[in-house]
Design a protein around this ligand. Sequence first.
Ligand SMILES: C[S@@+](CC[C@H](N)C(=O)[O-])C[C@H]1O[C@@H](n2cnc3c(N)ncnc32)[C@H](O)[C@@H]1O
Length: 310
Amino acid sequence: MTDDPVDSQASIDAVGDRTADELDPRVHEYTAGEEQEGIPFIGAGPGDPGLLTVRGKELVDEADLVVHAGSLVSSALLVEHCADAELVNSVGKDLEELIPLMRDAHESGRTVVRLHSGDPAVYGAALEQIDALESEGVPAYIVPGVTSSFAAAATLRTQLTLNGVANHVAFTRPRGKTLDAEDDHVAEFVEMGDVTTCIYLGTHAVSDTMDRLLDRDGIDPETPVAVVYHASWDDEDVITGSIADIGEKVESVGYRASAMVLIGEAATGAGYERSFLYGDWANGGATDAANGEPDDAADAAETTETEADD
Ligand SMILES: C[S@@+](CC[C@H](N)C(=O)[O-])C[C@H]1O[C@@H](n2cnc3c(N)ncnc32)[C@H](O)[C@@H]1O
């Protein structure tokens, strides 16, 4: 254990020039989510304890110290899986406080886990903690989880990609304290038409976001929008509408955080076409070459990953 202050910025700067050829050797040693030495950064999933992965549960169950992402990690999950551990809420703690806390606990032989909401790879700010820990000599790694847009899609009984409706998915956030207005691309994604736009960190700004979409030529005000508050929690709530009216509906219930905003036709689960996978390809027939998909079943069958929808 050491009382040395950590220089977390230096650890971030140190990886600044890394190229794809210079990745950590562990990239080639471990498969995703495999148990490794050090502190696991675990995706807790959207909230329901049943949506924590099996690997995540095994690791959390063993933990002596769980550093968690505050109100975004459901108390049901903490009660069910972390009852015997010391719990520390990371909200309001900077890297200079969090890193020594996890480092010292790890070095004193305690089993530490870091619990992020959803998946740590999506708006999780996990990497800066991992790099800072590793520069302190404490290894760390990521265990994936179910991101909240996937839970919202499940609640809505739809798919984020839907044949004939949405070919792409955008994970995005609106402008705000940490994103400059010129880096807000919500309108560009929505304008593309065949994109399901999943807005994280935007519950407080639904009206503002929709107003800006309404001001933009070419975006249909009737484009469907679904807002899923606390997806998978006991108090989950779903508000549906369009770009024209969803802002007012969300304001009337007063949600300011913890909701996923899905924009696009896929939010309704309607209007889709039968997929290639369970159509021509399954039947061994020719397909529409104009779609850029394999034009005979043999080509498709030879590939381990087809371009067919799964
Ligand atoms: C800091 S981001 C973390 C996202 C998280 N890493 C994930 O993969 O879902 C927090 C945002 O995720 C969304 N979010 C997290 N949990 C949610 C849930 N259970 N239901 C709906 N949205 C959720 C909200 O948009 C919230 O503002």
